[in-house]
Design a protein around this ligand. Structure first.
Ligand SMILES: *[C@@H]1O[C@H](CO)[C@@H](O)[C@H](O)[C@H]1NC(C)=O
Ligand SMILES: *[C@@H]1O[C@H](CO)[C@@H](O)[C@H](O)[C@H]1NC(C)=O
Ligand SMILES: *[C@@H]1O[C@H](CO)[C@@H](O)[C@H](O)[C@H]1NC(C)=O
Ligand SMILES: *[C@@H]1O[C@H](CO)[C@@H](O)[C@H](O)[C@H]1NC(C)=O
Ligand SMILES: *[C@@H]1O[C@H](CO)[C@@H](O)[C@H](O)[C@H]1NC(C)=O
Length: 358
């Protein structure tokens, strides 16, 4: 308890000092750097990476992002994390760490913040290991759903300047009754078609080396969950714990939630993105989750003095009456990054993270 109240006091102090610090760092002596975009920015974050919607990237920006993902997945050796025998590439490191932590990072209060740190580490790795110069893009699905176009026509699924489209149709089990599933087999074209791309871990929680093609299984009706009305409903709350709850909602296919829309609209019943453990085998995972991080930041920005410090929600999945996460709760990514407290990653332009959204 003592450490929690110390943190709260620290938070209050920080709220008072924040504007002062940014005033100093925005002073003319630092004139060649853009000034921080809001009063809580840390002086350590001078040049935030600006994350953009996939559709807003130029063709060459799209190609350089795809090339960097392919580099992680093809050329670079895994860092070998103990307990994950199937790792071959640096890309697998991320899929593997998601898989081993899956039982502790979904339907908990830190769901969004764990994924925030995970994506920022992925973005950093693309830049440092594969020479990528841009920021992690996101995929704003509401715009695509609104377009009324067939999914195969959406920019993110383009065969040349996107991630390729649906898998070929195969018959298969559909235990959750995903409506109008339309693929399920290998993605036949584009930069992530076999054998250019190989998903090495999974299915499910298997951590053995099991190279196979990337599968997708589009469900247009699941994508219809991705509406501005549902996004606004998630944002329209005062407490972090309510935001977190509304974002994931209950894990059934009769209650819409934006998290499920991206996963099951693309992954359906048989595609990689519909697999709770192995879903980061589909590179679109990172663009989908970045959109939800953008939602969290949009929510935080509506009242930063309070929402840089508000967390809550269960530590144990679905345990809504049990203990809640606090700012001193730690999240980690095994060997991929140092452990951090949630307090350290609340701020997109803090001492650890340094990015913003367009
Ligand atoms: C998606 O784009 C729409 C229209 O530009 C915008 O209003 C909305 O905030 C974006 N949604 C997300 C989740 O970023
Ligand atoms: C999403 O797309 C479907 C199918 O085109 C459409 O019926 C629905 O109204 C869309 N939702 C929104 C909010 O745009
Ligand atoms: C992408 O390639 C697949 C397989 O050849 C094809 O079915 C699909 O129509 C192509 N997508 C577009 C938008 O051309
Ligand atoms: C955790 O937070 C919820 C929602 O605010 C609350 O109902 C619950 O009592 C809290 N749990 C504990 C153990 O305090
Ligand atoms: C992070 O914390 C976990 C659990 O407390 C610990 O096992 C692990 O060694 C820590 N990792 C790093 C990189 O410090």
């Amino acid at each position: 308890m003592a450490s929690v109240s110390r943190l709260v006091r620290f938070a209050v102090l920080f709220a008072i000092l924040g504007p002062l610090v940014s005033f100093i760092s925005a002073s003319p002596t630092h004139g060649k750097h853009p000034s921080p975009k809001y009063p809580f920015a840390s002086p350590k974050c001078r040049r935030p990476l600006i994350r953009k919607d996939w559709r807003a990237l130029s063709t060459s920006e799209k190609k350089s992002y795809i090339a960097a993902v392919q580099c992680l997945g093809n050329k670079k050796k895994a860092r070998s994390i103990s307990g994950i025998p199937g790792l071959k590439t640096r890309y697998d490191d991320f899929q593997g760490i998601h898989s081993v932590q899956t039982p502790n990072i979904h339907w908990v209060g830190h769901f969004m913040l764990w994924h925030r740190y995970y994506i920022a580490t992925y973005e950093k790795t693309l830049r440092e290991v594969c020479g990528y110069r841009g920021a992690q893009p996101y995929w704003n699905w509401t715009v695509d759903n609104n377009s009324g176009k067939d999914m195969s026509q959406w920019p993110i699924f383009n065969n040349q300047t996107g991630f390729g489209g649906n898998g070929v149709y195969v018959d298969g089990e559909n235990p959750f009754g995903i409506p109008e599933r339309s693929g399920g087999g290998c993605v036949p074209k584009g930069p992530f078609a076999w054998p250019k791309w190989s998903v090495n871990l999974g299915p499910g929680d298997s951590l053995a080396y099991n190279p196979r093609c990337l599968t997708r299984d589009f469900s247009r009706p699941m994508m219809k969950w991705a509406t501005p009305a549902l996004v606004n409903w998630v944002l329209d709350v005062n407490k972090y714990s309510d935001f977190a709850y509304r974002l994931e909602n209950v894990p059934v296919f009769t209650v819409p939630n934006v998290h499920g829309a991206g996963h099951f609209g693309v992954g359906g019943a048989l595609g990689a993105l519909g697999d709770v453990y192995a879903s980061p085998g589909d590179p679109i995972f990172y663009l989908h989750h970045t959109t939800m991080d953008r939602m969290l930041w949009t929510w935080q920005k509506r009242n930063l003095p309070a929402r840089l410090y508000d967390v809550g929600g269960p530590i144990v999945p679905f345990d809504y009456t049990g203990p809640n996460i606090t700012l001193s709760f730690k999240v980690g990514l095994g060997k991929l990054a140092p452990n951090v407290t949630l307090a350290q990653i609340m701020n997109l332009q803090g001492d650890i993270l340094c990015y913003d959204y367009e």
